[in-house]
Design a protein around this ligand. Structure first.
Ligand code: SAM
Length: 227
């Protein structure tokens, strides 16, 4: 089932997201359908999105919510909901200890840069290998009332752009790769949303297909490889 269909068939509690999200999220999440995965969504509001995720991922998935408003528990009575501030690193770590580790994180909380960044910095390293971390509504990176604007240095979009250099650190120097490099295979920028695919990986090498044989060669920092 694709995520559009799940949205179209939903008759439960309320939910609001940008219409660019379902197809973009389906591309990152379809592999988890029917699997015993754990998803965390920060931002529960009326509780409808937790219901949609449960239907989309299936009964073997565990869907957990987090929200700063105590009302979220009443709005999502069928789900475990942690009450706390997504900008509080201790709250986030304790939540992972109690209900994680997670395979999927959806950040649809308060959408300020501090909240998005603290949640990402704490939760991404704790995400399971093979998982995906999605930050919704990065439109706030462009909005005055959030301190945003094109190229605004503190915005989450700018922070995510800086991660492109970590993703590509294998092409910089032997010393440049870090934990993010070795655990991330892609950063996808969608309209209003960013997805980080977390997969353990070895330093990138050239793949050579020559004379009917396949081999790998360590790159030079410049054209060519080390023989
Ligand atoms: C956009 S709504 C969530 C919508 C819901 N995910 C949906 O798709 O319908 C944002 C939610 O984030 C919560 N929130 C705001 N600031 C927060 C914070 N600092 N920590 C955790 N949750 C927060 C709000 O209480 C609100 O319920």
């Amino acid at each position: 089932m694709d995520l559009w269909q799940t949205w179209e068939e939903h008759r439960g509690r309320g939910c609001v997201k940008l219409d660019s999200f379902p197809p973009a999220q389906h591309a990152h999440l379809s592999r988890f359908q029917g699997q015993p995965v754990k998803m965390l969504e920060i931002g529960v509001l009326a509780g409808g999105s937790l219901e949609i995720w449960q239907k989309y991922l299936g009964p073997t998935a565990t869907i957990v919510g987090a929200d700063i408003a105590g009302l979220a528990r009443q709005n999502a009575p069928d789900f475990k909901v942690h009450i706390g501030d997504q900008a509080d690193a201790d709250f986030l770590r304790k939540m992972v200890e109690k209900s994680g580790p997670f395979d999927i994180v959806i950040d649809d909380g308060g959408h300020t840069f501090d909240q998005q960044r603290t949640s990402f910095d704490v939760l991404y390293p704790l995400l399971n290998d093979g998982g995906v971390y999605i930050v919704e509504d990065v439109c706030t990176s462009y909005w005055d009332e959030f301190g945003g604007g094109v190229g605004a240095p503190a915005s989450f979009v700018e922070y995510a752009k800086s991660k492109i250099d970590d993703l590509n650190a294998d092409f910089v120097s032997d010393d440049a790769p870090n934990g993010f490099t070795r655990s991330t295979t892609s950063i996808s920028f969608h309209q209003g949303m960013i997805a980080f695919e977390k997969h353990a990986n070895e330093p990138t090498q050239y793949l050579l297909c020559q004379d009917g044989a396949l081999s790998r060669k360590k790159m030079k920092y410049g054209l060519g490889w080390v023989d």
